[in-house]
Design a protein around this ligand. Sequence first.
Ligand code: NAD
Length: 484
Amino acid sequence: MKNEKAMWGTEVPVREFAMSIGGQRVTSENTDFAINPATEERIARFPLASREQLDAAVAAAGEAFLTWRASSIAERRAALERLAGKIEEHYEAFLTLLTTEQGKPRAGAEWEIGGSIHWLREIAKQSLPEEIVRDDGVNRVVTRHTPIGVIGGITPWNFPLLLAVWKIAPALMAGNTMVLKPSPFTPLCTLWFGELAQEVLPPGVLNVISGGNDLGQWMTAHPGIGKIAFTGSTATGRRVMQSAASNLKRLTLELGGNDPAIVLPDVDPEAIAKDLFWASFQNSSQFCVATKRLYVHEDVYDRVVAALVDYARTVQVDNGLLVQAQLGPLQNKMQYEKVRDLLQDSQTQGHRVLLGGAPARSPGYFIPITLIDNPPDDARCVVEEAFGPVLPILKYRDLDEAIRRANDTEYGLAASVWSADLEKARDVAQRLEAGTVWINQIHVFGPDIAFGGHKQSGMGIENSLHGLAEYCNVQTVMERPLGA
Ligand code: NAD
């Protein structure tokens, strides 16, 4: 008989976590604990950086920049490949550590750790060649990309290592150096990666420091940092933008979303139910681009709902270190309480809950998969970014009405359209106010695919050459022979 409680990874590979500043391993007088969200047990201590340590990290990155900016593309490419190799060398250990601190089961951890390796290797191949704008034999105008300097990277807790790599790889490839701060909820993988990086990078090129939200705020105001690359909530993004104005820092902001999916009446409900489920619940819905509002045409509404409920009942929510787990807990208590409050609101408002509802188990920040039947458009579970496994399913009659409702949000991160008629789906996609629209698929990303939010889901792009260009200044050089 299959052991239902078999664990696939049990040993946390590192016990002493430290920051990396100027190539040195640095601890701090002040520390906090990282918590395993499946058990609420302490995993390990991590340092809380002081202002002086931030200054030291920025100074080290500034010093390293003088040499790194002059390195060749080939040298930077080799460095990113060595970084990928470091993760690969410790692949299994990273999986265990990620699941222990973040909560996601093995398949999700493989996606993230494998993705981190893939992104490093692929971004390493990117470069922005000089553009000769004019050359008439006398006058020559060249546009080139130059690095900005010290980049401050700030990341959230849902994909801690992958989202760090999305910043580190293009920043370094473009010739910048970096000070990176992971979320205080999930600092461990990033701190360990920072330490491993010191084995293959010159000192000061990548500095990783940990701390609370105050450390993030100090970074955004720091005069030695030239750009902030931030992923997190829209509320924090606004604060980052305000604070970064002090020295006109460049900004890339990847923020929150309330992504709609629109299901047209020509679909086969049973055939797409599984994809629709994962569109919403992957990573326990702690995904900026999770489907957070599912609009279904009234002709297929009942069948889509029934197929979704049937599929959802087969999905195992458990400690991510258990072999059978398909979804894990929410990552932290704050988020758990936020989602609980949202569920409480649905109950108070009398929404019809098709599946799930109240949290059922402890310890651990577990929320059951919850499907809500056609709540009103102004319900909190429709308007707010739940960032937890709660999906409102919304009925529509007219496609124009569905598009209007889908666009009726301050967010504009991503969306999806599901239909047998590609031309019609394309037309819907073009009318959706979102940075990415998937048709009959979801959550496809690539180092070569531009990703960024419209409206208050952010500004700027990550990935692709557009993303690489965000780590550069544009410089125009105009020349002609003396006396010409
Ligand atoms: P958050 O905004 O609370 O925190 C993100 C990071 O910002 C953390 O490292 C935090 O310590 C730091 N921070 C907090 N206050 C700060 C301040 N005043 N100045 C500078 N830094 C500060 O977000 P979170 O709860 O960690 O992550 C969830 C949010 O991230 C969701 O809204 C989600 O949609 C969004 N997200 C967006 C994307 C995207 O690509 N658009 C990807 C993943 C997550």
